[in-house]
Ligand binder design. Structure first.
Ligand code: KG4
Ligand code: ZN
Length: 354
């Protein structure tokens, strides 16, 4: 079965094809350079760029995979959470295709797709293990889930303010680094011999699984001012040591809350780490170590699949469809902040697209 995945929830217009859950081809137009001018994503500009790119990208994808539209068996599209205007471009395009080709469609939860992306790894046997713990760390989200199957997710914790990636980006912005700053701060930290100071591990002294990174953001910016650290500072080793202190504070906080979640769910020994921040080497090492100590396993997607991409949407859509799920054409795009309804219909009961 060939599944088309469409992702337009934020600032990447991405389309991909999977065949039996294996990546066939992918195309992506990133808007990072455009939004970097404004220091963050401008929603109206994002939707206009999706509108401009989605058609030409679809043609290019078919050309690369050497298939025609009728060869597509299933259309999977991100329905949320994300920027509403951006989501609407992707879902409208997907619905138009489904209607014209007479093919089934499925709306995919972007965060669930991030977590399921570990199953796309060509070096694994494609079998995701359940129950598992899922930690999504991205520019817009920091959430912990209990995962009982590809469609049964219970949220155990979330950030109360900034997401982990947002914290990287805002601290980077204060230092004068270009948006998004996560990767640069990670690479700087890798060059440091020791952290410049110990930053607080935020929102740990409580008994819940939520996160709060805004206090760490302020503490990090204050520390940078105190030591006169910026992107242009002559002593680059000071910038690197600062970056290490900051990366460690985020990594230790994620470790602590993940450990707490695992203690509360002793039947779980598998951790899936996902989202753009899952590319962070210090966080990956910290969580790998946590799981090794507990005789469990940590899986994170290949670096190319950590950030927003359409392969994960195609893969998640294919997994759900394999288990008998789909949507009619009336499913809605859901913006950030609103719960995504569990409104799949069973394939057998849906004999036409309306
Ligand atoms: O998942 P993603 O591509 O988009 C959202 O859905 O948000 O994540 C983007 C985020 C940005 O905040 C970026 O700074 C962060 O991921 N990021 C990193 C690294 N690579 C990307 N943060 C820390 N370390 C990295 N290596
Ligand atoms: Zn994402």
């Amino acid at each position: 079965m060939i599944c088309l995945g469409i992702e337009t929830s934020c600032d990447e217009t991405a389309l991909a094809l999977t065949r039996q859950g294996r990546l066939l081809a992918a195309v992506l137009a990133s808007q990072i350079d455009l939004h970097a001018i404004f220091g963050g994503v401008v929603p109206e500009l994002a939707s206009r760029e999706h509108q401009r790119f989605i058609g030409p990208l679809f043609d290019e994808l078919l050309r690369r995979a050497q298939i025609c539209p009728q060869d597509i068996d299933l259309i999977a599209v991100t329905r949320g959470p994300g920027l509403l205007g951006s989501l609407l471009i992707g879902t409208a395009f997907a619905k138009g295709l489904a209607l014209s080709l007479g093919k089934p469609i499925i709306g995919v939860n972007h965060l669930h797709a991030h977590l399921l992306a570990a199953g796309l790894d060509p070096n694994r046997d494609q079998r995701l293990e359940f129950p598992a713990l899922g930690l999504v760390v991205s520019g817009g989200h920091t959430e912990i889930y209990r995962m009982d199957s590809p469609w049964q997710f219970s949220r155990l914790g979330r950030t109360l303010d900034d997401a982990a990636g947002e914290t990287f980006d805002k601290v980077g912005h204060a230092l004068g680094l270009p948006y998004p700053a996560g990767r640069a701060l990670n690479e700087l930290a890798q060059k440091a011999l020791s952290p410049i100071a110990s930053l607080p591990r935020p929102y740990i002294d409580n008994d819940n699984l939520d996160f709060s990174f805004s206090g760490l953001k302020t503490a990090a910016i204050n520390l940078a001012h105190e030591f006169g650290i910026s992107a242009t500072v002559k002593e680059q080793n000071k910038l690197a040591s600062f970056s290490l202190a900051f990366n460690e504070a985020i990594a230790c906080t994620l470790r602590e809350k993940t450990k707490r979640a695992l203690n509360r769910h002793p039947d779980i020994s598998t951790l899936y780490l996902a989202g753009g921040v899952a590319a962070n080497s210090i966080i990956r090492a910290e969580l790998t170590d946590l799981m090794r100590n507990r005789k469990g396993s940590m899986f994170a997607p290949d670096l190319s699949l950590c950030g927003d991409n359409a392969a994960m949407i195609a893969y998640a859509g294919w997994l759900l469809h394999k288990h008998g799920m789909r949507h009619n054409l009336d499913f809605e795009a859901i913006p950030r902040g609103r719960p995504i309804p569990d409104d799949f219909i069973s394939c057998s009961s849906a004999d036409n697209l309306r």
